[in-house]
Design a protein around this ligand. Structure first.
Ligand code: MTE
Ligand code: MOS
Length: 780
C-alpha cells in the first residue's frame, strides 16, 4: 500500500492518491502545533482560574496577594480588559471573564501569567474568590420548566400534519434522548499570543475560525482587526470543538500578552479541557408518526430540544441543522418540526461533527425502527419504501427539491455487497437457538445537506503566489485539522497549474493573507476554498496565457498560437492545437517576471443560489446532498450487555473523490467517531453539575479495538457531482451518522430477547450498562 502511494506521488501530481501533506511529520512527531512553538524563550505560562460552581454570585475576588508573587507578571480580572468583555460568536452573551456572576463550571474568572506552571499554580492558591451559590439548571426538563430559552422556538412545516394524522392507519408516539459527546481532539485548546509594536498582536491559534479569533481578540483588546493577525498552521483535531471555543484561549492569552508585553501560551491540560469546554448538545425529543399498513409514512411531528449550556454559542445554528435533517433520507408529505435551544448551567455546548444533524436524524430512525417492529416488517423495507426518489417524492420539509438522489443506487449495491437479507435470516435463526447471545443487523441511510445554513457564510478566499523559480505558495481561508484540506488544496493547485505537487506549498492559514473567511466547518472546506484557489489560479493562467502565446510565437515562428487555447499540463504550457510545441512552466514564469506580469492573485468563491428564510422555514439552504448507507452487525452478550461489532459494510458518496485515501480516512474515522457516540461515550455530571467523566479512564472513546472485525468501506463509483470543485463532494461529517446502523443493530439484538414483540428501551449512548438494563426490561 505504502509503495503504491509513493509511486503515485512521484508520477502524477493531480492523481487522487497523494498522501496527506503532513503524514510523515505527523508520524515522526515533527509536525508543529501551537504548544511546540517557542518564539523567544521568554514565553509566559497562561493559567485560567475558572468557576467551580455551575451557578453563583461572585461576592469577592481578591487577586492582590497573587500579584505580589515573584515570577507572576500579571493577574487579570474583567476589570483589566481594555476592550469589550465579550467573546460570544453570534450573540453577545458570553463574557470573556466573569464579572458578578458565574453561570457554568469552568467559566473563566481570573487569568494568571507566570514564568512557569509551578508559579502559576502557586499564584492560583493565593487568589481569594468568595462565591454565593445559586440553584443551577442542569437538564433540559428543568430548563423547560423554567422557560429558559436561548431564543424563541423555531418551526418548519410541510403539508398538513393534523389532517394527515386523522387519515393515518397507525400512529406511534415516542421520545428519545441523545447524549453529549466530548470532542477528544488530540491537541487540547491552545493559543500563543505574541505582542508586537504598538497595538500589534500575533495569535498562533488552534482555531477552525481564524477570522473570528482575530475579531474577538481585537474586540477584547479594544483595537481594530488590522492590528491582529491570527495564524493557524494546523490543529491536532477540531471536530467542531474549535469552531468557536478556540477563540476563548486566544482571547485570554492575548489579554495577558498585551499587559506583560511578552508571549503568552495557554495549552489546556486534558482534564481541564474536558471539564471546561463545550460538548455535543444533548437533545431530548418527542415525536408522533403516522403511517399505513405498508409502512409508508404519512405524517411526522417532532419537537427537538437542545441543551445549549450557559451561552448561545452556535446553538441556534446547530438546532437549525437538526431541524433540516429531521426527515433524513425520507420523503414525508406532512411534517411539523419545532425546536428550542434551552439555556442551562452546563458549559456552553458547541459544534460537533454533524452539527445537530445526528441529533435530528436519530429521532426519525428511532421512529422507523419502531414502525417496523409494530408492523412486524423488516426495518430496511420500511426505509426503502420511504426514500426520497428522483422524479417524485422529492420535496423536503423546508421545500427544497432534492435532486441527483442516490438512495436507490447505494441501496441496491450495498444490499447486494453486504448480503443483507441472507445474513438477516441467518441472524434470526441464530437468535432462535441462542439464549445468552443475540445478534443484530441493520441498514441505515444518510442524506446530509452541504452548505452553511447561514447563507452568507458560504464564501471563501485565496491568495496564490508564484515565485520567480516557479514554485508556488497557496494561501486559502480554510484550516487544516487532520482532515486533509491542505492536501486537497495542493492537488487542486497542482492540477490547475499542471505542475508537480512538490513544486507547491500550502501556507499556514493567516488572516493577513486571506481576510474575512468563514470557519472551516459544515464539511465545506474543500468545496469553498478549492473553488477560491481555482479562481485565483484562473486569473494567473489568464495573464500567463498571454505571455505564453507571445513566447511560443517567438520561439516557434510559424505557428498560429492563440492565448485562448493555452493549456497548463505536465509541467509545460502549450497551445492545444500544437501540442508538440511546448514551453516549460518555470521558463514561462521567469519570462513573465521580466515582462512585468503580476505573479500573484487573489481568488474568491461564493456558493451560488442558496438561501433560507428562517421565519417561513423554507428555502434552498443546501447546494447539494451527500449520501451514504451502512450495514452493521453486532453480537450482544445478553448477561453483561457487552457487545462486539462483527461486521460493517459502508457505501458512501463523495462525488468524484479529490483524494481517495483521504476520503476513505474521513469515512472510516467519522463512522468510528459516530460509533463512540452511539455506544461507549457517556458523559455524566453529578447533581451540582460537576463533570464525572473528565479523563480517558472514565470516558471511553473508541480505540483500535473497537474497529469492526470485518470493515468493508467503499466509495460510490461514477458519482461525479455537478457545480463543485473537480466534481467532488464534501466528506467530513456525513459518514458520522452511518453509525446509526450500529445503534439500530444493537436495538435489534436486544429486541430479539423478547422475540421482537416489545420495543427495546435503548437510546444514545447504548452503553453496556444501558444494553443490560434494556434486556432486563424486555424480559419483564
Ligand atoms: N477530520 C479530522 N482528522 N480532524 C477533524 O478535526 N473535523 C470534522 C471533519 N473531519 C475533523 C475531521 C468536521 S467537524 C468538519 S466540519 C470537517 O472535517 C471540516 O473540514 P472540511 O470542511 O475540510 O471537510
Ligand atoms: Mo464541523 S461540526 O462543522 O466543525
Amino acid at each position: 500500500m505504502k509503495k503504491q502511494l509513493r509511486i503515485n506521488k512521484m508520477k502524477i501530481p493531480s492523481e487522487k492518491f497523494l498522501p496527506h501533506e503532513s503524514a510523515e511529520l505527523h508520524v515522526t512527531g515533527k509536525a508543529v502545533y501551537v504548544n511546540d512553538m517557542e518564539p523567544c524563550g521568554q514565553t509566559l505560562f497562561g493559567k485560567v482560574v475558572s468557576s467551580p460552581y455551575a451557578h453563583a454570585n461572585i461576592i469577592k475576588c481578591d487577586v492582590s496577594k497573587a500579584k505580589l508573587l515573584h515570577g507572576v507578571p500579571a493577574v487579570l480580572t474583567y476589570k483589566d480588559i481594555p476592550g469589550e468583555n465579550q467573546m460570544g460568536p453570534v450573540f453577545h452573551d458570553e463574557p470573556c471573564l466573569a464579572e458578578k456572576e458565574v453561570t457554568a463550571i469552568g467559566q473563566a474568572v481570573v487569568l494568571i501569567a507566570a514564568e512557569n506552571e509551578e508559579i502559576a499554580l502557586e499564584a492560583e492558591k493565593l487568589i481569594e474568590i468568595t462565591y454565593q451559590q445559586l440553584n443551577p439548571i442542569l437538564d433540559i426538563k428543568s430548563a423547560i420548566k423554567a422557560d429558559n430559552k436561548i431564543a424563541p422556538t423555531r418551526k418548519i412545516e410541510l403539508g398538513d400534519t393534523k389532517k394527515a394524522f386523522l387519515k393515518s392507519e397507525h400512529i406511534i408516539t415516542g421520545e428519545l434522548e441523545t447524549g453529549a459527546q466530548e470532542h477528544w481532539y488530540l491537541e487540547t485548546q491552545s493559543a500563543l499570543c505574541v505582542p508586537g509594536e504598538g497595538s500589534e498582536m500575533t495569535v498562533y491559534a488552534s482555531s477552525q475560525n481564524p477570522a473570528e479569533t482575530q475579531a474577538i481578540v481585537a474586540e477584547v483588546l479594544g483595537v481594530s482587526n488590522k492590528e491582529v493577525v491570527c495564524e493557524v498552521k494546523r490543529m491536532g483535531g477540531g471536530f467542531g470543538g474549535k469552531e468557536t471555543q478556540g477563540n476563548h484561549v486566544a482571547a485570554w492569552a492575548a489579554l495577558m500578552a498585551n499587559v506583560t508585553r511578552k508571549p503568552v501560551l495557554i495549552h489546556l491540560f486534558r482534564d481541564d479541557d474536558q471539564k471546561n469546554t463545550g460538548k455535543r448538545h444533548p437533545f431530548h425529543s418527542t415525536y408522533k408518526i403516522g403511517f399505513d399498513n405498508d409502512g409508508k409514512i404519512l405524517a411526522y411531528q417532532v419537537d427537538l430540544n437542545a441543551d445549549a449550556g450557559h451561552t448561545a454559542d452556535l446553538s441556534m445554528a446547530i438546532l437549525e441543522r437538526a431541524m433540516l435533517h429531521a426527515e433524513n433520507s425520507y420523503f414525508i408529505p406532512n411534517v411539523l418540526i419545532t425546536a428550542t435551544a434551552w439555556r442551562t448551567n452546563h458549559f456552553s455546548n458547541t459544534a460537533f461533527r454533524g452539527f445537530g444533524g445526528p441529533q435530528g436524524i436519530a429521532v426519525i430512525e428511532h421512529a422507523i425502527d419502531r414502525i417496523a417492529r409494530f408492523l412486524k416488517k423488516d426495518a430496511t423495507e420500511i426505509r426503502l419504501k420511504n426514500f426520497y426518489t428522483e422524479k417524485k417524492n422529492n420535496i423536503t420539509p423546508y421545500h427544497q427539491k432534492v435532486d441527483n438522489v442516490r438512495n436507490q443506487v447505494i441501496y441496491d449495491k450495498l444490499v447486494k455487497s453486504s448480503d443483507y437479507f441472507r445474513r438477516k435470516k441467518e441472524i434470526d435463526a441464530f437468535n432462535q437457538k441462542h439464549e445468552f447471545v443475540k445478534k443484530g443487523i441493520s441498514l441505515t441511510p444518510i442524506k446530509f445537506g452541504i452548505s452553511f445554513t447561514t447563507a452568507f457564510l458560504n464564501q471563501a478566499g485565496a491568495l496564490v503566489n508564484i515565485y520567480r523559480d516557479g514554485s508556488v505558495l497557496v494561501n486559502h481561508g480554510g484550516t487544516e485539522m487532520g482532515q486533509g484540506l491542505n492536501t486537497k488544496m495542493l492537488q487542486v493547485a497542482a492540477s490547475e497549474l499542471g505542475i508537480p505537487a512538490e513544486q507547491i506549498k500550502v501556507n499556514a492559514t493567516n488572516t493577513s493573507k486571506v481576510p474575512n473567511t468563514s470557519a472551516t466547518a459544515a464539511s465545506s472546506g474543500s468545496d469553498l476554498n478549492g473553488a477560491a484557489v481555482k479562481n485565483a489560479i484562473d486569473k494567473l493562467k489568464s495573464r500567463l496565457s498571454e505571455v505564453a502565446c507571445g513566447l511560443l510565437t517567438e520561439k516557434f515562428s510559424g505557428g498560429k498560437f492563440s492565448k485562448t487555447r493555452i493549456e497548463f499540463s505536465d509541467n509545460h504550457v502549450f497551445d492545444k492545437n500544437f501540442e508538440a510545441l511546448k514551453l516549460p512552466f518555470t521558463e514561462l514564469i521567469d519570462k513573465a517576471y521580466y515582462k512585468q506580469v503580476s505573479l500573484s492573485a487573489t481568488g474568491f468563491y461564493k456558493t451560488p443560489d442558496i438561501f433560507f428564510d428562517r421565519e417561513k422555514g423554507t428555502g434552498k439552504p443546501f447546494h447539494y446532498f451527500a449520501y451514504g448507507m451502512a450495514v452493521s452487525e453486532v453480537e450482544v452478550d445478553v448477561l453483561t450487555g457487552s457487545h462486539k461489532l462483527s461486521r460493517v459494510d459502508i457505501l458512501h458518496d463523495v462525488g468524484d473523490s479529490l483524494n481517495k485515501p483521504i476520503d476513505m480516512g474521513q469515512v472510516c474515522g467519522a463512522f468510528i467517531q459516530g460509533v463512540g457516540w452511539v455506544t461507549t461515550e457517556e458523559i455524566k455530571w453529578d447533581e451540582s453539575g460537576r463533570l464525572l467523566t473528565a479523563s480517558p479512564d472514565t470516558y471511553k472513546i473508541p480505540t483500535v479495538q473497537d474497529i469492526p472485525e470485518i470493515f468493508n468501506v467503499q466509495l460510490l463509483e461514477n458519482a461525479a457531482n455537478y457545480n463543485t470543485i473537480r466534481k467532488s463532494k464534501a466528506v467530513g461529517e456525513p459518514p458520522f451518522m452511518l453509525a446509526f446502523s450500529v445503534w439500530m443493530a444493537l436495538r435489534y439484538a436486544v429486541s430479539a430477547v423478547g422475540g421482537h414483540t416489545k420495543d427495546p428501551d435503548l437510546a444514545i449512548p447504548a452503553t453496556n450498562e444501558k444494553i443490560m438494563l434494556a434486556v432486563e426490561k424486555i424480559k419483564k
